[in-house]
Design a protein around this ligand. Structure first.
Ligand code: IPE
Ligand code: MG
Length: 221
């Protein structure tokens, strides 16, 4: 969900306000995805590297996350949204960890869509956590299946589509393992402007791709 800061600057607002407007986009996008039959959506909200931002911005983001969880979780339950988090959760403030636990517990029966929020998330760090966990368990030989199970995303399928907003053409340490066969979509639109029409464009683009998974066109037809 990139571009909150630039959106704020363009509109003469603070970065914190940009993040607030960005957070306001989430509910509608989840609803639209759910209506389209999407079963899993991951939102990259705060990266491991984002800890290096100025402390007032980090604090504003942590407060916003708490506010988002507490104000939205009732609606999540009503709408059948299951909430989950991936990332190094233990680095987050204790109160936020508590809100996350409560929200996950409260929404665990949600069967319409799973909303996964990547918080304090970095893919390289996730991979190393998984590897060290396997070493500690004494696992001798690792298969793709064993490795998948050791990642934060163990309960979720690999993404079909990745959308990156704000005109940046990079992966930025997001799901490096899981994205092996994901379709990539990049748009110049800043996240706070990402609306139904923008989502539609991304889905149309995705629907025109031929996913061959290394095979020939004839094989997958
Ligand atoms: C939001 O956008 C992503 C978060 C880290 C919360 P940015 O804050 O990266 O916005 P830009 O890149 O400065 O425009
Ligand atoms: Mg950015």
């Amino acid at each position: 969900m990139d571009g909150n800061g630039r959106w704020a600057a363009e509109n003469g607002l603070s970065r914190a306000e940009g993040h607030r407007r960005g957070a306001e986009r989430i509910e509608e996008i989840i609803e639209l995805c759910k209506d389209r039959g999407v079963k899993f959506i991951t939102l990259y909200a705060f990266s491991d590297e984002n800890w290096n931002r100025p402390s007032d911005e980090v604090l504003a983001l942590m407060q916003l996350l708490r506010h988002f969880l507490v104000s939205k979780r009732g609606g999540m339950v009503e709408k059948g949204v299951r909430f989950r988090v991936i990332g190094d959760v233990e680095r987050l403030p204790a109160e936020l960890q508590k809100d996350i636990k409560e929200t996950q517990e409260l929404t665990k029966g949600g069967d319409r869509i799973t909303m996964i929020v990547a918080l304090s998330y970095g893919s390289r760090q996730e991979i190393l956590r998984a590897v060290n966990g396997l070493i500690q368990k004494g696992v001798g030989e690792v298969t793709q299946e064993i490795f998948d199970e050791a990642l934060d995303t163990a309960d979720f399928p690999d993404p079909d589509l990745l959308i990156r907003t704000s005109g940046e053409f990079r992966i930025s340490n997001f799901m490096l393992w899981q994205l092996a066969y994901t379709e990539l979509y990049f748009t110049h639109t800043l996240w706070p402007d990402f609306d139904e029409a923008e989502l539609e464009k991304a889905i149309v683009s995705y629907s025109q791709r031929e996913r061959r998974f290394g095979m020939t066109s004839e094989q997958v037809k």
